[in-house]
Design a binder for this molecule. Structure first.
Ligand code: HBI
Ligand code: FE
Length: 279
């Protein structure tokens, strides 16, 4: 079972005490196994910004990190802090945390039989997956802007469209670097199987980042992705999402959804070396 916090019931912001002292040796051992497995795999696969962030957050190697200690390092770098939550929190609360540069992280860790597959976030996904890249100033600003955009999307009834942007960037994004294709998405860097699959498999489609294309694309949560979107750098992500999305949402109402894995006219395909394939 996950850690049952002894702290009082969550407040209206869903924040709880992490309950760090309540983790057992087994909980920390599961973290270390996952950490070692992934950190061996990630050099040459994760983007340099992620790897630099992971290194700078060195306290994360020993066991499940204390969110307060980790937050002190993170806050000095980009002004973000981590708050503990019991699991998925309601959308409006999630976005309010992001807009305030607080990352809500699940406090419990998966059981030993869930080492290869887990559908909901646990502390390994939330901390190992999401926090290192938040050490990058541009990505840090992007995620805060996403939180603000999420609150607007809720008011406009457009969250199903905006959620796709989170999925295909924050969770499953790829980035083209001078050395080749690299991973920045948290759902990938925290997954042993998908870390290799997304870069090496000839099966999934890799498509150049296109904001409207992404917001038209459905996604699956039960298997490896059938398509990934590739950015050039984090500035591209931040700049593309700078405008107000109201007009985009209106335009999307008249467009059909695209199935995950489909390729449509106008897609710019990216090869496994991260280069654009001429149409
Ligand atoms: N809650 N803890 C947590 N983590 C998430 O990633 C999350 C959430 N609540 C809602 C939510 N994500 C979605 O709104 C986003 O994926 C868009
Ligand atoms: Fe996540």
């Amino acid at each position: 079972m996950g850690v049952i916090p002894k702290a009082p019931a969550p407040g209206p912001d869903c924040v709880i005490a992490q309950g760090w002292a309540d983790y057992t040796g087994q909980h920390h051992a599961i973290w270390r196994t996952l950490f070692e497995r992934q950190s061996r795999l990630l050099p040459g696969r994760a983007c340099p910004e992620y790897l630099a962030g992971l290194r700078a957050l060195g306290v994360a190697a020993d066991g499940i990190p204390d969110f307060e200690r980790l937050s002190d390092i993170l806050e000095r770098a980009t002004g973000w802090r981590i708050v503990a939550v019991p699991g998925l929190v309601p959308d409006d609360i999630f976005f309010r945390h992001l807009a305030a540069r607080r990352f809500p992280a699940t406090n419990w860790i998966r059981r030993p039989e869930q080492m290869y597959y887990l559908q909901e976030p646990d502390v390994f996904h939330d901390i190992f997956g999401h926090v290192p890249i938040l050490m990058d100033p541009v990505f840090a600003d992007y995620l805060q802007a996403y939180g603000r955009g999420g609150l607007k999307a809720l008011a406009l009834g457009a969250l199903s469209k905006l959620a796709r942007l989170y999925w295909y960037t924050v969770e499953f994004g790829l980035i083209a670097t001078g050395d080749g294709l690299r991973i920045y998405g948290s759902g990938i860097v925290s997954s042993h199987g998908e870390t290799v699959y997304c870069l090496d498999s000839p099966v999934p489609k890799r498509i150049a980042f296109d904001l409207m294309r992404i917001m038209r694309t459905a996604y699956r949560i039960d298997d490896f992705q059938e398509g990934y979107f590739v950015i050039d750098d984090f500035a591209q992500l931040f700049d593309a999402t700078r405008p107000d999305f109201t007009a985009y949402y209106r335009a999307l109402e008249g467009m059909d959804d695209i199935r995950p894995g489909d390729v449509v006219a106008g897609d710019c395909m990216i090869d496994r070396a991260g280069r654009r394939i001429a149409p």
